[in-house]
Structures are given as structure tokens and as C-alpha cells.
Design a protein. Structure first.
Length: 129
């Protein structure tokens, strides 16, 4: 029950954060925060009994206007991932923490509606079993 409440809070928080916490200055630079829910798992040999681990990601965003409809958006995001499962009758949870640094180009199709693409650097921080 506690996990369901936590997931609901994170979902509501992610929509609230992305919609309201943006600071824009006169030079066309927007600062904001980003948060959301992760649904992660592990695949490969001997992973039939592995279940999805629900966790979160959060970080900061800077959007810099390049042209009228184009922007550059670097981000720094903490992301908690992993999986759940059982082995030899024992329940276990594998936790991986990452620092992701996406570098995105954003094109506005209409005001408030955009598409984006780019590359990301994923830096492994720590794992816990």
C-alpha cells in the first residue's frame, strides 16, 4: 500500500514540477526541474524470474533559445533503476543509481508543444543488492 501511495505522489509531483517550476529571464534562458517515475528491469540469460522495479528520476533543466523555434536543452538527472526477483527461494532487489546528462535539441511545432532529440551520457554511480 505504501508503494502505491508513493507512486501516486511521484506521478502527481512530476506533472506539477514540469508545469509550474520554470524560471525565464530576458535572454531566452529557462531554468526548471524535472522528475518522474522509472519502470526498470534487467534482461539476459537466467532472468525469467526478474520483475520490474519501480523507482524515480529527478534533476535540473536549462533551455537556451537558439532561433525562434529551436532551443538547446542540457539536463542533469539522477536516475534510480534496477530489478526485483528471487533466487534460491530468497527475495532480492538490485538497485542501480545513475547520473544522466542528456544534451537535447528542441523544435517547437506550436506554442507549448515541441519535439526533441539528442544524445545522453549515463554515468554509473553505485549499485546495491
Amino acid at each position: 500500500m505504501k508503494k502505491i501511495i508513493l507512486i501516486a505522489i511521484l506521478i502527481v509531483y512530476s506533472f506539477t514540477v514540469s508545469a509550474q517550476n520554470k524560471l525565464e529571464n530576458s535572454s531566452g534562458v529557462i531554468f526548471g526541474v524535472k522528475a518522474g517515475v522509472n519502470f526498470a528491469t534487467i534482461t539476459g540469460d537466467d532472468t525469467e524470474d526478474v520483475d520490474t522495479r519501480t523507482s524515480f528520476h529527478a534533476g535540473v533543466v536549462v533551455e537556451m533559445e537558439i532561433f525562434d523555434k529551436f532551443s538547446f536543452q542540457p539536463e542533469i538527472l539522477y536516475s534510480s533503476q534496477g530489478a526485483k526477483g528471487s533466487s534460491d527461494g530468497m527475495d532480492m532487489e538490485i538497485k542501480y543509481d545513475y547520473l544522466n546528462i542528456p544534451l537535447l535539441v528542441k523544435y517547437y511545432l506550436a506554442e507549448g508543444f515541441s519535439i526533441e532529440g539528442g544524445c545522453t551520457s549515463r554515468n554509473f554511480i553505485i549499485s546495491r543488492w
